[in-house]
Design a binder for this molecule. Structure first.
Ligand SMILES: [Zn+2]
Length: 214
């Protein structure tokens, strides 16, 4: 089984991918993670990527394709792949199709986590986590029982991601609509797109994914 999870940043792709990994033993192929791992391991692709980044340039589609190719080879044919945050452009979608084919794989599902932009802004701008245990909280929807004290571990230190602000969320949403959403018609034609309400409760989104993959 090979699937793509699509949706703007904050739609919950990472959370759901983790659940699929745990439940079905699939492998999550996050290009950012693979890139960091390859650079650290000093593989040929990693060294090439490192040189490119040191020149302050963006990593090319060819390098990303090579990373995915390497990963699929290591994984073996029996392990399913979840692509999360990739492909982002039509060109990458085409590359992915070719890479999968070269490994005898086909794309089974493209699942879009749909979001309401205003609700997404509300979700992201209010979130914060315990600096000690990582428990999740929210300014408007899930405050600790005792103000300023983590429910789980009692820590009084909390943290917020610097890019969890309205401007960034709206900019990413716009970028998603402009670049990534246009790749969906290609997959629609193949009849493999499913759309899930990404604003639903995490458990409900998981149930929807289970139904699609069943
Ligand atoms: Zn805590």
């Amino acid at each position: 089984m090979n699937i793509i999870l699509l949706g703007p940043p904050g739609a919950g792709k990472g959370t759901q991918a983790l659940r699929l990994v745990e439940q079905y033993g699939m492998r999550q192929l996050s290009t950012g993670d693979m890139l960091r791992a390859a650079v650290k391991a000093g593989t040929p692709v990693g060294l090439e990527a490192k040189a490119v980044m040191e020149r302050g340039e963006l990593v090319s589609d060819e390098i990303v394709s090579a990373l995915i190719d390497d990963e699929l080879r290591v994984m073996g044919a029996e392990t399913g792949a979840i692509f999360d945050g990739y492909p982002r452009t039509k060109q990458q979608a085409k590359s992915l199709e070719e890479i999968l084919a070269s490994h005898g794989r086909t794309l089974d599902h493209v699942i879009e986590l749909e979001v309401n932009e205003d609700a997404l802004v509300d979700r992201i701008t209010g979130r914060f986590t315990c600096a000690s245990c990582g428990a999740n909280y929210h300014d408007r929807h899930k405050l600790p029982a005792v103000d300023g004290v983590c429910d789980k571990c009692g820590s009084t230190e909390f943290k917020r991601r610097p890019d969890d602000n309205e401007e960034t969320v709206r900019m990413r949403m716009q970028e998603y609509r402009a670049k990534t959403a246009p790749i969906l018609p290609v997959y629609d034609e193949q009849g493999i797109v499913s759309r899930v309400d990404g604003m639903a409760r995490i458990e409900d989104v998981t149930s929807s994914l289970d139904a699609i993959l069943a």
